[in-house]
Design a protein around this ligand. Structure first.
Ligand code: CDV
Length: 311
């Protein structure tokens, strides 16, 4: 038996600070069209795919920050992407900055949506593991102010039925945390979609810079294998406003093997025919959770936030 979903990892090259949203959307549509021409059911775009990665700057005025946020989805600039999806019959994952009103309060999230082949939003995720810092840190070559500009996501790690399988989403730094994959693994996830913006240089630990590609692949390959799921990881690439982004977009099979990868630092589509039934042999053997997990021994994972050394 096979359940094939043809997926395109739609890596983006740099987006300039002053690049109009409408122009970026045209780049996304070009990738969607390429995907359609190659038989894709689903195309995955990076985190914050409509703008430059703005948390690298400290802005004094909230309205400067809010200029990067979407107030509705689809909105005036993104409607064309939804229209293209409907015309081409290709779904997509899109990361964007979301500004919303909840119970009379303005809230800002780092969000992704999953859109089906009829251009309907079928799922939404709000980033949970926000990296970086909340205050301006001038010693850095560039800022990473996600903890200032976004709230922690409040939707959990849900999954939904879409594209003939069980699909989940995460965003960037979430992919480094095993809990992200396992919570979705416990809901039977078969494909996890992850957009990211990862600079080669990590100011707090520059000694890891030469390992940025290795770590990117390591975490997604481990997450895929240990949960018997496909993982599609798609990044921003190239020098964006002076900051090198790794790109290194990959599609990982439930075996943990990379089956498709982007090779440039520009807009590029890398495609794989993903058989969701390849998840079965992992989920029913070495990672048969019902048979082999021992939750009674895992309590600390949810009870404790940081390490406490008592020996
Ligand atoms: N956008 C991100 O979440 N970036 C982080 C960086 C700061 C390390 C990442 O995990 O790739």
């Amino acid at each position: 038996m096979s359940r094939i979903v043809t997926v395109g990892a739609a890596q983006l090259g740099p987006i300039a600070l002053n690049e109009p949203r409408k122009d970026v959307v045209q780049r996304l549509i070009a990738l969607l069209e390429q995907g359609a021409a190659h038989g894709c059911d689903l195309v995955v775009f990076p985190e914050l795919a409509l703008t430059t990665f703005f948390p690298r700057w400290y802005f004094e005025q909230q309205e400067q920050v809010d200029a990067f946020f979407e107030r509705s989805m689809p909105g005036p600039d993104t409607q064309a992407l939804f229209d293209a999806a409907r015309r081409l019959k290709v779904g997509f994952y899109l990361g964007y900055a979301e500004l919303t009103e909840e119970k009379g309060r303005t809230r800002r999230f780092n969000t992704s949506i999953l859109v089906d082949q009829n251009a309907e939003i079928v799922s939404k995720y709000r980033k949970i593991h926000l990296p970086g810092h909340a205050e301006h840190e001038p010693w850095r070559r560039f800022q990473h102010l996600e903890k200032r500009y976004f709230e922690t996501g409040n939707l959990g790690f849900g999954v939904c039925r879409a594209f003939g399988g069980i699909v989940g989403m995460a965003i960037c730094n979430d992919r480094r945390w095993p809990e992200t994959y396992r919570v979705m693994g416990l809901q039977g996830v078969e494909m996890i979609l992850i957009g990211y913006n990862t600079p080669v240089h990590n100011p707090p630990a520059p000694e890891h810079d030469n390992l940025s590609h290795f770590h990117n692949e390591l975490v997604m390959q481990a997450g895929a294998y240990q949960n018997g799921t496909w993982v599609v990881g798609v990044g921003k690439a190239g020098r964006e406003e002076g900051v090198d982004q790794i790109g290194n977009s990959i599609i990982v099979a439930p075996s943990g093997e990379i089956v498709s990868a982007c090779s440039t630092l520009s807009d590029e589509l890398s495609i794989a025919r993903c058989d969701l039934d390849l998840t079965v042999s992992y989920k029913s053997s070495v990672f048969n959770f019902s048979k082999h997990r021992e939750p009674h021994a895992y309590g600390m994972i949810v009870e404790r936030k940081g390490a406490i050394i008592s020996v």
